[in-house]
Design a protein around this ligand. Structure first.
Ligand SMILES: [Zn+2]
Ligand SMILES: [Zn+2]
Length: 257
């Protein structure tokens, strides 16, 4: 199983996961042309996609989903709450999911996990192939017992390190937005992400990727530093996802006994 990103941040998110001939996107915050170009960097086309999993209705996640689905007919999976917002527009193949029930798309197993975020029925996803599991976790303001439980023993983690609290405090956002970002239904700070990583870390964790890094209230260096400190490793060992460049393929390998 391998994964990549078309980009991550407040101007668009899309995580790509592949196992054999099964390829899914988690979210698509980019328009059709942009998505095509970003997929092409990774050697893929729109028609290679077997599904788009939507996490929630914020524009940086759902912005391109409807248009991409209409362009290539790919199935879109989302919760009832997300669907009811009407933000997807008309989608040719819409599959409503339960935020507590696992399901499969060809060779990939999908586990939705509800998260505290200021959207109607937001979920994040753990995607597995029967042997390996990639946990993708962004857009949450606080960490629940259920999240801690579900994300145990992942082989790879794409985790939000959205903001540095001091930069957020001194940054350009209006007070209301600062409170929203820092609140329990906003986004994880570097410290919150590090704290969670300390709980989820285990010897089998192969890749930790910093995601959804704010370009106004954080730096990639600060985000990676916070996570690297937990693992006592160098910041070079913690890749982060660039808004424009995305992230090249990373592979997860079964443990060798
Ligand atoms: Zn977001
Ligand atoms: Zn959001």
């Amino acid at each position: 199983m391998r994964f990549a990103s078309l980009g991550s941040g407040s101007r668009g998110n899309a995580t790509l996961i592949e196992k054999n001939n099964t390829r899914i996107l988690i979210d698509c915050g980019f328009g059709v042309k942009d998505t095509r170009n970003r997929l092409a960097r990774l050697g893929l086309e729109l028609d290679d996609l077997d599904g788009i999993l939507v996490t929630h209705e914020h524009g940086d996640h759902i912005g391109g989903v409807g248009r991409v689905a209409r362009a290539c007919g790919v199935a879109v999976f989302c919760t009832a709450g997300t669907h009811l917002t009407g933000r997807l527009g008309k989608v040719p193949d819409l599959r409503q999911i339960s935020s507590h029930r696992k399901f499969a798309i060809k060779d990939l197993e999908i586990e939705p996990v509800p998260v505290p975020h200021d959207a109607k029925e937001p979920v994040q996803y753990i995607v597995g192939d029967g042997a390996l599991r990639l946990g993708v976790l962004t857009d949450l303001g606080s960490i629940t017992h259920h999240i801690r439980h579900c994300y145990q023993k992942c082989d790879g983690l794409v985790i939000e390190a959205n903001h540095d609290p001091v930069m957020l405090q001194n940054g350009p956002y209006p007070l209301k937005l600062k409170r929203r970002v820092a609140g329990n239904w906003g986004h994880l700070s570097n410290g919150q992400a590090a704290h969670l990583l300390a709980e989820l870390n285990h010897p089998g964790l192969q890749h930790i990727i910093a995601a959804h890094i704010s370009d106004k209230n954080n730096t990639h260096e600060l985000a990676c530093q916070s996570l690297a400190e937990v693992l006592s490793c160098s910041t070079d060992e913690i890749p982060s996802i660039d808004q424009e460049e995305g992230l090249d393929w990373f592979s997860l390998h079964p443990a060798t006994v």
